[in-house]
Ligand binder design. Sequence first.
Ligand SMILES: N[C@@H](CCC(=O)N[C@@H](CS)C(=O)NCC(=O)O)C(=O)O
Length: 330
Amino acid sequence: MTVSKLRLQDSVKAPVCGEFPYRSGQSNLMSQFRSSVPSERFPAEKDRYVLYVNHCCPWCHRAVIVHALKGLGDHVVHIVEVDARDPMHGWYFSGLRGPSRDPIYGFKWMKELYQKADPQYNGRITVPMLWDKKTGTIVNNESSDILHMFIEGFDSLLPLGKREATKGAAAFVPKHLRVEIDQLNAWIYDNINNGVYKVGFATTQAAYNEHVMKLFQAFDKLEQHLSQPFHQPFLFGNYITEADIRLYTTLIRFDVAYYTLFKCNLKMIRTDYPRLHTWLRRLYWSEGPETGNGAFKRTTFFDVIKRGYSSMATENGIIPIGPIPNVMPL
Ligand SMILES: N[C@@H](CCC(=O)N[C@@H](CS)C(=O)NCC(=O)O)C(=O)O
């Protein structure tokens, strides 16, 4: 992803959970950890890599969903939950949901892992982060790279039926749709995944007005997209693609967090977007093989999401009660 793509206006402040708003002259803020599996330094090997995540974070969630859909949990990539964040020192292992110490080195703070990888490191301490136990360093901390690695980088370790190249039309990025999927992903990223942050962290009324309108125009467009031939039940037809996964992580948080806490409150998915609502509920509730027997639901933790966004958006830590239920039944 290019820096210019990430550049936001100065009227949007830096969120703790979300894309960093790059401002002019800050191009050196791109992550330095952008290696891949498989590569000479980081071959695909079982039990070698660890993914650190927090379940509030939508960027982590996309990697976690693919991890579940591909069955990478069976001794390929271990997931470790880093479940708390201190305003001064960042992510740490609290023991409340995840472990109370990093299971590899016994560290308390995520920043100790970053400093082990690079003692001079002074960038953001973010999740998701993919760690290599063998060389004791960070492979990558950019969720779209990790997502792509999980889609096919570990395929040599998986049964044939799970490999991207042998899945044909059921691939997460089928060859004949690659360009369309990439275009939709970029647009969804700018207007929706990152769009909610531009609204939630706007520091002027003008910025808020601009970004909130763009966000709902994007939903209107997607609602129309889902009405077109070959665009349902999923965004590109009968199979879940990378675009569905990327959109899901924002939409499942929308009514319960962004609508209330980020003031994205012009419309709700459940009351105003019938096609998007059906699409969302199908992904969430389906227990069939197309969702890895419920991978979307299994990886969605509403208590963590509500608590996490409340602590970001309000001073007093009060968690809004509604809407109830978190997801309507199908
Ligand atoms: N570009 C990164 C962004 C990841 C990100 O912003 N993660 C947030 C959690 S949602 C984080 O760790 N924030 C901690 C901080 O900035 O101190 C990605 O997509 O992986």
